[in-house]
Structure formats: C-alpha cells, structure tokens
Design a protein around this ligand. Sequence first.
Ligand code: SF4
Length: 474
Amino acid sequence: MNTEGNESGPALKHHCGLAAVRAATPVDVQQKLFYMLFAQQHRGQEACGIAWRHGNGLRFDKRLGMVSGAAESWLAGKAESTAGIGHVRYATHGGGGIANAQPVVVDCNKGSIALAHNGNISNSDRLRTALFEGGSIFQTTSDSEILLHRISRSTAAGKEAIIRDALSEVEGAYSLCVLWDNDLIVIRDPMGFRPLYIAQHEGAWYAASETCGLRALGPLDCREVQPGECIVIDDAGLRSFFLPAASRRARCIFELFYFARPDSTIFGQSVYLARQSLGAALAEQDNAAGFKPDLVMPVPDSGTLAALGYAAVAGVPFALGLTRNHYAGRSFIMPTKTERELAVRMKLHAVPEVVAGKDIAIIDDSLVRGTTSGIIVRLLKEAGARSVHVRLSSPELRWPCYYGIDIPTREELISNRMNPEQVAAFIAANSVCFLPLETMRRCLKAPENEFCCACFDGHYPTPLGVCRALEREE
Ligand code: SF4
C-alpha cells in the first residue's frame, strides 16, 4: 500500500527524508531546501524543518505538518546563506511532536551543529543508556540525538576523527546531513540501508535522500553517496573518507518497490522500471499457472507501475477500474469496522462500466493487515466483477523493521496468521498470489549480501538488542 495509506490503519511509513546545500557564495537557502523537501514529502508527513548558517551560528525553523505549510515563510524568507540542511519526518522512533522534529540543533563544545537523520539506530537503547549514565541530558526521545551526544563527548581531534569516533559503535541505518559551523558533512552508514545522493548545481553542492529531491532544482547529474562514505564540503571544496567497511551491505529493498518516488533512481536503478519488472514477474507467474484475467488494474496509486508491467507481459488490457478521490486526504485509524469501511469507500471507487462481468487481476505493492484489500474486493464485486484475483508485487510481509520503516507487529501482519488461500478466503477474493522473495531479488538485482529483506525473511543484517530479539521470537 502506498505511503498515503489505503489501509484502514495508517499504511507503512518511512522515517524521513533529507536535503542539504553548501555553496561557496550565499544562496537563498530556505527556498532551495523548500523545493527539495517538497519533492520528498512522501518520505515523511508529520513534521518538517530546516537549519541554516547565520552569522557565526545557526538558525532553524521546525514545524508540524507538511512542507506546503511552510511555503509562505520559506519561499519568501530570503535567508541568504552558504549552508543549510532540511528534514521531513514521520515518527517511527521517539514519538511525534515538535520536540522530536528535525534538524536537531545544538551549541556544544565542538561548535554549532545541526543534524538531520534518516533511519533508525538499531542499538540505540544501549548507546542511550551508556550516555545517560555518563551524565548526558536528553531533550528528545529521538535516537538521532544520541549521535550529537557522541560527537560532543568525543575526545578525538578534528572533525573527521570526531565523526569516526562518534559513529564507531553505532549500528543500524543512518543517512545523515550534518551542518557543523559552516561545513556540510553528508554520511551514509556502512551497510547503506537508506539512499543518499549528492549533486552540483550552479557552483553549489546539494544532497538529498532521493534523486527526485535533487532534480527538483533542475536536471542534475546525481551521484550516490557510497555506503560508509562521509563527504565533507567546506571552504576548501569537497573531499570524502570512509568509515570501516561492514561485513555486508543492506540496502533496504522497500525503498525500491514501495517508498521512493517513481521518478527517482535508487541504488543504481530506476524505481519506475524496477516496479514494472515486478509486475511483469507476476504476469509470468500467472502465465505459468495458466491464469489469464480479462483485464489488470492497479490499486491507485501504489500498484500502477506493477500493473503496467503485468499488462505488457500478460497481453491483457490495463484499466483504471478503481479510481481514487484525491481530496480524501490521508487515512487515519477508525475505531470500528463500519467506519473503516466508510473511510475506504470515501477514497476508492469502482467503475461498474469497466469491471462488470470481468475476471480482474488487481495489483498492489504489498499486503499488510488485509483490511483494505477486503473492502476493495467487495467494491469490485458490488460493481459487477465476475471474479477478483489479488496480486501483490512483493513477498509475504512477516517481520517488523528496526531500521526506519514503521511495520506493524507480527500479530497484525496478516501473512503471519494465514497462508495465501486463507487470505483469499478472508478478503473474499477468488485468489491471492504474492511474488516469491527469490523472484523479487532477481527482478531488483538484489543479492542477499547487498540488500536487506528482513521484513520478508527475518534475516536481520545487524545484531538486535535483547528486547528486540525476544520480540522477534514471539
Ligand atoms: S527490515 Fe525491511 S523495511 Fe526494514 S530495512 Fe530491511 S528491508 Fe527495509
């Protein structure tokens, strides 16, 4: 399901998106960050914020809500500056509220520092406890603040050595933009969980979580920040160094098939083409099983590209027999089944003239709790569909994520309670098929030691804390 939430509860949410700028001469930093964050709104809708160099210190502006809410101020602000960073947030760790909005900005013994973080630190409990017992005072419950404490407490000399020291025991997912005095430092964890890109434009350097964030400024040539790479941009220009290599890479496969904007290039691949290839594989699977629908339709908008790929390979018409009311806004948790159904009915509508009398394959990117899928099947059957076959362009989702994606508990994930036949019966579909993990890995060119697929196979790429390991056993 897409990030706007077709599920009756909220859909899966990303932790956040990043933007940064470092220029040799002052630019309108608020405006630049606004456009980059606006293009990455899908990576976090709860809060947004920017911080920029002002005089010898930093200024910041953080808000709850969407980036568009800051348009009047940031587009008119005219804060000329050589450096700034920005962040959009959805709270998966540390709770919501303005206190946990980013960038986190501090004045400390190492200077003025603003930090924006995408990801989750998987050993944050241990690191936080050690800092707390050593006298650190925390202002937020966000794991990102841990990184600032570790920078402040480091006894290493020089920014590069301090960064190395501060990150030395940190595990998990962290793509970071750090504004340290007038220097911009862009960091990607050694496993490379979250994407991070950098580009040059009109004499300035820009960084963003996704290439769509950079290309909001123009048709830029974007280069991926490599796993473990730290790029420092200061008055002397750009240089990079690497953190100690990890035993493996763990790019998050969810970025490719679910989160990233379709016009982005993520982990060296077009998101658009990657999703099409998953739909093509679903069609091959149905061809092999001797099933051919009358038409294929997407759940809007999350299944559109896979449905296009399916239609091309299966040789069946692509139709938009399910339309979406774009004014319905985001889903929110409804207390009763009736209210949940009404919320979905406000958002999605079947077109009887398209679906009546047809055998339909309806494509979505994932199945989380199954509640919305059941309502969609009912909508299509009420509109006269002869049969409805649900196809998911991903494997069965079974495990929570500890690296920045808000996946429900194992109990809530329908694939932990039911096999595909039982799911089909539960949602009253004529059939339900997932894409096997090996097929997804093949389509997305995602070998085991390069990508994280833990939410599908439970093979977490980092050690989990005791509580999390117990959670996993439940
Ligand atoms: S557990 Fe799933 S969502 Fe989390 S990083 Fe791994 S692949 Fe991505």
